[in-house]
Ligand binder design. Structure first.
Ligand code: NAP
Length: 283
């Protein structure tokens, strides 16, 4: 079996085109969706993520503004900036690019963003709403993963989903979203014993570990759907995932590539949440 590739890049393009039309119609009603991004420090990976988000906003017609601040900013100064954006009428979404320096509490920063502008979906209120199946901003990477699975009409209900990784931004919420879709969900993590026994029983396997080539064909059941969230650089500086793509594509029914898989969908769902937030202003 050679797997069909779920191209996040292509799906993201389709969705961004739809969004561009939504932004146009919002503009006709006098609302320009606005996203504010705060970047603390000069981490090259964060700079590149932020640039990609700015570019995507521009392409879709979303107003975006970037505040690049010194890593020596105090916690109080950063919280004051967030408070100002909470009150800014032209801003519908606020994002503080993580990670932030150790002297600033990530928890305080996440909780300072008003839940109605929390387009990253990290605020405990939005997480609680997601867990209880209420309307909320869904965290972008997990939301993008679910959209990718649905784009191929792959049934989720009743499937055994195995998630490798339990971070607050990827592993835990993607499991919750798939549980909301009536999957049976198993989480694996660094303390899991005999992990391959779990991964080999997965109908849908989501890998979010951050270790290059962590999952190979022996870890995957014939016909499984494999979603590779990992972003790693190999010795040649090339981006690679957590899954040995060339091997696993011969076993899986569907697989996501790296690059061009989950990454572009993460940004697209950020745009989606920003447009959704702007739409709420119509009410
Ligand atoms: P993270 O916070 O470092 O979490 C990694 C998870 O992997 C943890 O839950 C950890 O378990 C688990 N793990 C580590 N070693 C393991 C092992 N040997 N066996 C089983 N589980 C193990 O990472 P993250 O933020 O979730 O990100 C994961 C990857 O996805 C990274 O490569 C990141 O760059 C990528 N990512 C991509 C996107 C995108 O848009 N494409 C977005 C976000 C993240 P413990 O909890 O027990 O420590």
């Amino acid at each position: 079996m050679t797997a069909e590739i779920i191209s996040g890049k292509e799906l993201a393009q389709e969705k961004r085109l739809e969004m561009k039309n939504q932004v146009e119609s919002l503009k006709e009603k006098g609302i320009i969706p606005g996203l504010a991004v705060i970047l603390v420090g000069e981490d090259p990976a964060s700079q590149s993520y932020v640039r990609a988000k700015q570019k995507a906003c521009k392409e879709t017609g979303i107003h975006s503004e970037l505040d690049e601040v010194s890593p020596s900013i105090t916690e109080a100064e950063l919280l004051a900036k967030i408070e100002k954006l909470n009150k800014a009428e032209h801003i519908h979404g606020i994002l503080v690019q993580l990670p932030i320096p150790d002297h600033i509490s990530e928890k305080k920063v996440i909780e300072a963003i008003h839940p109605d502008k929390d387009v990253d979906g990290f605020h405990p209120i939005n997480i609680g709403r997601m867990m209880t199946g209420q309307e909320s901003f869904l965290p972008c990477t997990p939301f993008g993963i679910v959209e990718m699975i649905k784009s191929k009409n792959i049934g989720i209900e009743g499937k055994h989903v195995v998630i490798v990784g339990r971070s607050n931004i990827v592993g835990k919420p993607v499991g919750q979203l798939l549980l909301n879709e009536n999957a049976t969900v198993t989480y694996c993590h660094s303390r899991t014993k005999n992990m391959a026994e779990f991964t080999r029983s997965a109908d849908i396997l989501v890998v979010a570990v951050g270790k290059p080539h962590f999952i190979d064909k022996d870890d995957v059941k014939e016909g499984a759907v494999v979603i590779d969230v990992g972003v790693n650089r190999n010795d040649e500086g090339k981006l690679i995932g957590d899954v040995v793509f060339d091997q696993v594509k011969e076993v899986a029914s569907y697989i996501t590539p790296v690059p061009g898989g989950v990454g572009p969908m993460t940004i697209t769902m950020l745009l989606h949440n920003t447009v959704l937030s702007a739409n709420r202003n119509l009410k």
